[in-house]
Every structure is written in structure tokens, then in C-alpha cells.
Design a protein around this ligand. Structure first.
Ligand SMILES: *[C@@H]1O[C@H](CO)[C@@H](O)[C@H](O)[C@H]1NC(C)=O
Ligand SMILES: *[C@@H]1O[C@H](CO)[C@@H](O)[C@H](O)[C@H]1NC(C)=O
Ligand SMILES: *[C@@H]1O[C@H](CO)[C@@H](O)[C@H](O)[C@H]1NC(C)=O
Ligand SMILES: *[C@@H]1O[C@H](CO)[C@@H](O)[C@H](O)[C@H]1NC(C)=O
Ligand SMILES: *[C@@H]1O[C@H](CO)[C@@H](O)[C@H](O)[C@H]1NC(C)=O
Ligand SMILES: *[C@@H]1O[C@H](CO)[C@@H](O)[C@H](O)[C@H]1NC(C)=O
Ligand SMILES: *[C@@H]1O[C@H](CO)[C@@H](O)[C@H](O)[C@H]1NC(C)=O
Ligand SMILES: *[C@@H]1O[C@H](CO)[C@@H](O)[C@H](O)[C@H]1NC(C)=O
Ligand SMILES: *[C@@H]1O[C@H](CO)[C@@H](O)[C@H](O)[C@H]1NC(C)=O
Ligand SMILES: *[C@@H]1O[C@H](CO)[C@@H](O)[C@H](O)[C@H]1NC(C)=O
Ligand SMILES: *[C@@H]1O[C@H](CO)[C@@H](O)[C@H](O)[C@H]1NC(C)=O
Length: 430
């Protein structure tokens, strides 16, 4: 008893020590930044603050514009960042497109990154008044008359890579030149409050989609990624779940223009398979914009894979990869005059005569869908004959074609379809 009591007090003394030490570390490092002002370069002071306070400390950015002129990686450990201003990237197209001037940590399509966050147990809160200013208009106008390919160095604005247990809160990405966000090789990351706006204002390109590849986010090789309260205006995928994205939640998502939420593209790399499973999408609202501003509004949710034939090689072309998508629920979805509200195809950039994809879809559930298509083709599931889709269920699916038209539900190579009020067959003729 006595011995136990002795050990007991020793243990509690040790616990006290650890508590005091960690509390001191938390309090220890506090960094506060102000923008240096027009014509000045803020990159050095930002890097110095993160070097000092990025482990067990707090870094606070006052409002204003921080001029970031080179690639930057924050390694955060048990750390908090309050970002009340904007990391602002000058539109130096030739400089950024030079591969030495960005990070290449997102393996898929060899994409380039401006700003990479890595580490463990961090929170970045931009309080809805800060984030990244991408100065995308200069890029968009330039790219309307220059070629674009994947992996050509157009930078992702915010990349979370090799990170565990991170929260990004109330963050704004204004005018991203390319993908706004990517999360790769990470787990337990929550984005709660993300605002993205890629809107062309160059009158020369009115009525056209000038904001190519301005995805809201691409997820890759990541587990337990939660996306809450997103508002994305873009010209491409609102959210894109790429290979080995697992246990995802996307809730309260607004997609203004663009293509909707995609699974894909999958199967681009012939030497790897893409496994995507346990995905829950809840409360998704798409909004078709004025076509003079953004003509695209392709889908609510769609799925795309490459064929089984290799056509060229990544980053830009590819195909031949296998894998599967299993256990997906998309519920409470509103689509606004989408071109194909629910779409699945396995012929991304395919050539005639290509071998059919072996990537298989199963257990997809579509619950409480409302809204409209802009033509009669409401559902179009064109599954590969080499794999087929199994167990596709619908409940309370009420997406309507334009007034006076009958809905077409197209299903090819689908088995085990339930819950639709009309047949879904190869031609979709009602
Ligand atoms: C950003 O810093 C560079 C120098 O690295 C400077 O030439 C440029 O004018 C600054 N930009 C702004 C908007 O202050
Ligand atoms: C890219 O930048 C590096 C380092 O500044 C330079 O040596 C190289 O010539 C640049 N490449 C091109 C294609 O401009
Ligand atoms: C990834 O993060 C872990 C833990 O933070 C670190 O130990 C490892 O070195 C990082 N990997 C790379 C390639 O930087
Ligand atoms: C996005 O930016 C455009 C152009 O500045 C603006 O008209 C539009 O209202 C913005 N969208 C949102 C949702 O704030
Ligand atoms: C697969 O091929 C790509 C090139 O397309 C290569 O970069 C990658 O390392 C390969 N991966 C594996 C697992 O072999
Ligand atoms: C996905 O995970 C599977 C199983 O672990 C692995 O075989 C495959 O190479 C991974 N694919 C990618 C794109 O990393
Ligand atoms: C399907 O995914 C959900 C999360 O979206 C999970 O709760 C459930 O256990 C998964 N079902 C199976 C059979 O793995
Ligand atoms: C439907 O929308 C798509 C893309 O937004 C557009 O290309 C197509 O012309 C529209 N179709 C009709 C019948 O309006
Ligand atoms: C199809 O769904 C049912 C009911 O959810 C489940 O029991 C069955 O295992 C599923 N089949 C496949 C092939 O996943
Ligand atoms: C797949 O669907 C196509 C088009 O409906 C059909 O011609 C083909 O026979 C189907 N293949 C299999 C294996 O069911
Ligand atoms: C599709 O279903 C409709 C309605 O049952 C039927 O009239 C049509 O012939 C079917 N088409 C095919 C190709 O089975």
C-alpha cells in the first residue's frame, strides 16, 4: 500500500510536469505579422514566423495582402495559424511554370503547388477574411491563347500533403489560376468553411468557360477527409475524388457553375489501381450561372474512368488502370438545369476500339434528389461491359427534364438497379 502510494505520487508529479511543460510550449511561441506594404516582399517574414511558431505555437496574420514570391512549405506541429489576410501570388506566369519554382508533391498528373501545408495536429483559421489571392485573371486570359496540359506547371493554390490531423477553417481562395485545393497522402483532414471563386471578368471571353481546371479540390491517396460548408464557383470539378481517396464526407456543398462533384478521373495510370470507397455526400446544391459568365453546369454528381487501353502517358494522357469505387451515398442533392444530372462514363479521352475499362462500380446510392436537367437525359450510367456496375439504388429521386419532355434514364451494363419510377435501359427511350 505504502509503495503503491509512493509510486502514485511520483506518477502524478510526472503528469504535472508534462502538463506544465506542454502548457508552456503552447504559450511559448507567439508570432504576429503585418503586411509590409506595396512593393515589398513578405515571403521572408512569413517563413520566419512559421519557423519560429509553427511547432507548439500560434501565428497570427493581421489583415491585408502578403506578397508571396516563391514556393512555400509550412511544417506545422501542434500549431495554430490565424490568417486574417491574403497570401497573394503575383501572376508571373513564366516564373511559376518553371518546374524549379513550385513543389511537385502531388504525384497524380505531376501537378505543381505554390503553397504546401504538411505536419500533424494543426489548425489554420482564416476567419472568412483571409486565404489566398491567386490573381488568376492574368493566367486565364493568357491561357485562352496558349496551350494547356496537365502537369504543365500551373500551380495548385493550397496543397495539404503528408499531413495528419489538420483543420482548415473558413478559408477563401480568390481567383485561383488552376486547382484551388489538393489533399494528397494525408489523413484525418477537415476543411470546415471553404470559399472558392474562379470567375472570368475579361469581356473578350464572355460566354465561354475561361477558367479551365479551377477545381474546388482534388483528393488523392488520402483517408478520412471531411469537407464541410463549401461554396465553390468554378469552371471544372467542384470536388474531385481521385485514386485512393477513402472515407470521405462532403456536406453542405454549393457548386456554382462547373461540372459538379466527380469521382475521377480514375484509371489514368496503367501500373496502379485506384480504390475509392466509403464516400458520403450530403446536402449538395448546384447553381447554374448566367452563361455569359460561366456556361458549364454539367452534372450534380458524375463518375469517370479511362478505358483499359493506354493512350500516351501521364501526366496528360494515359489509361489502363483498374480498381473500384464502392459504397457511395449522395443524398439531398439539388441540381439546377444540369446537362446530365447523374452521369457515369468509362471512356475518358478514349479512342474508338479501346478495350473497355476494368474499373468496377458497386453499391452507389442516390437519395432525395430534386431539381432539373436542361434536356431529357436525366440519368446516364454507361458502365463498362468488362466490369459492369452492381447495386445501384435510388430513393426519392425526382429530377425533372424541361417542361413537356419525358425523362430518359440510360443504363448500360448495370445490374441490381432499384428504386426508379421508370425503366433504365440501354437507350433510355421512355
Ligand atoms: C512583391 O515583391 C516583389 C519583389 O520580390 C515586387 O517586385 C513586387 O512589386 C511586389 N508586389 C506587390 C504587389 O507589392
Ligand atoms: C528555371 O529556373 C532555373 C533556376 O532559376 C533556371 O536555371 C532555368 O534555366 C529555368 N528554366 C527555364 C526553362 O526557364
Ligand atoms: C511525412 O510526415 C512525417 C510525419 O510528420 C515525417 O516523419 C516524414 O518525414 C514526412 N515525409 C516526407 C517524405 O517528407
Ligand atoms: C465571384 O466573383 C465574381 C467576380 O468578381 C462576382 O461577381 C461574384 O459575385 C462572386 N461570387 C460569389 C459567390 O461571391
Ligand atoms: C507508375 O508509372 C508512373 C509513370 O507513369 C511512375 O512515375 C510511377 O512511379 C509508377 N508507379 C509504380 C507503383 O510503379
Ligand atoms: C491504391 O491502394 C492500393 C492498395 O493499397 C495500391 O495497390 C494502389 O497502388 C494504390 N493506388 C495509388 C494510385 O496509389
Ligand atoms: C459505407 O460507408 C459508410 C460511410 O460513408 C460507412 O459508415 C459504412 O460502414 C460503409 N459500409 C460498408 C459496408 O463498408
Ligand atoms: C445544357 O447545358 C450544357 C452545359 O452547360 C450546354 O452545353 C448545353 O447546350 C445545354 N443544353 C441545352 C439543351 O440547353
Ligand atoms: C448489394 O446490396 C445489398 C444490400 O445493401 C448487399 O447485401 C449486397 O452485399 C450488395 N452486393 C454487392 C455485390 O456488393
Ligand atoms: C453492355 O452494354 C452494351 C450497351 O447496352 C451492350 O451492347 C452489351 O451487350 C453489354 N455487355 C454486357 C457484358 O452486358
Ligand atoms: C427501354 O424501356 C422502354 C420502356 O419500357 C421500352 O419501350 C424500350 O423498348 C426499352 N429499350 C430497350 C433498348 O430495351
Amino acid at each position: 500500500m505504502v509503495i503503491f502510494a509512493k509510486y502514485g505520487s511520483l506518477v502524478s508529479a510526472l503528469i504535472m510536469l508534462i502538463f506544465v511543460a506542454s502548457a508552456e510550449a503552447q504559450r511559448g511561441a507567439r508570432c504576429q505579422l503585418q503586411p509590409l506594404g506595396p512593393g515589398k516582399d513578405d515571403t521572408d517574414q512569413v517563413e520566419a514566423a512559421i519557423a519560429k511558431c509553427g511547432h507548439f505555437g500560434t501565428t497570427s496574420f493581421a489583415s491585408g495582402s502578403y506578397n508571396i514570391t516563391r514556393k512555400m512549405m509550412w511544417n506545422l506541429k501542434s500549431s495554430k495559424v490565424d490568417l486574417r489576410g491574403f497570401l497573394t501570388y503575383p501572376p508571373w506566369i513564366d516564373y511559376w511554370k518553371n518546374a524549379t519554382n513550385t513543389y511537385r508533391v502531388v504525384f497524380i498528373q505531376s501537378q505543381a503547388s505554390w503553397f504546401v501545408v504538411t505536419g500533424t495536429d494543426f489548425e489554420i483559421d482564416a476567419h472568412n477574411v483571409g486565404g489566398i489571392q491567386g490573381n488568376g485573371q492574368t493566367w486565364w486570359s493568357y491561357l485562352m491563347t496558349h496551350t494547356r496540359t496537365d502537369g504543365d506547371g500551373r500551380p495548385i493554390s493550397l496543397t495539404v500533403w503528408n499531413a495528419t490531423r489538420g483543420i482548415i477553417r473558413n478559408f477563401r481562395i480568390e481567383s485561383p489560376p488552376f486547382w484551388s485545393n489538393a489533399v494528397a497522402e494525408s489523413k484525418d483532414i477537415t476543411y470546415d468553411g471553404m470559399f472558392v471563386n474562379a470567375t472570368n471578368t475579361d469581356p473578350l471571353y464572355a460566354g465561354r468557360n475561361a477558367v479551365f481546371n479551377t477545381d474546388g479540390i482534388d483528393t488523392y491517396r488520402s483517408d478520412r477527409i471531411t469537407m464541410l460548408n463549401w461554396d465553390v464557383t468554378c469552371g471544372d470539378d467542384c470536388l474531385a475524388f481521385k485514386g485512393n481517396s477513402t472515407n470521405l464526407v462532403a456536406r453542405n456543398i454549393i457548386c456554382r457553375g462547373g461540372n459538379g462533384i466527380t469521382f475521377g478521373s480514375l484509371g489514368q495510370y496503367a501500373n496502379m489501381s485506384d480504390h475509392v470507397y466509403n464516400v458520403e455526400i450530403e446536402n449538395l446544391r448546384t447553381i447554374r450561372l448566367d452563361p455569359k459568365i460561366q456556361p458549364n453546369m454539367a452534372s450534380g454528381v458524375y463518375f469517370k474512368t479511362w478505358s483499359a487501353t493506354v493512350n500516351g502517358s501521364p501526366p496528360n494522357m494515359g489509361g489502363g488502370g483498374g480498381g473500384f469505387v464502392n459504397n457511395v451515398t449522395a443524398k439531398n442533392v439539388f441540381v439546377d438545369r444540369a446537362a446530365t444530372p447523374l452521369h457515369l462514363f468509362q471512356t475518358n479521352l478514349a479512342q474508338p476500339g479501346d478495350a473497355p475499362s476494368k474499373l468496377k462500380f458497386s453499391n452507389l446510392r442516390f437519395i432525395n434528389w430534386r431539381g432539373s436537367g436542361n434536356n431529357s437525359r436525366i440519368i446516364d450510367l454507361e458502365c463498362s461491359p468488362a466490369a459492369g456496375c452492381t447495386n445501384i439504388s435510388f430513393k426519392n429521386f425526382k429530377v425533372l427534364p424541361p417542361v413537356g419532355q419525358a425523362p430518359r434514364y440510360i443504363c448500360q451494363n448495370v445490374s441490381g438497379i432499384t428504386g426508379l419510377s421508370a425503366p433504365c435501359n440501354a437507350t433510355g427511350e421512355p
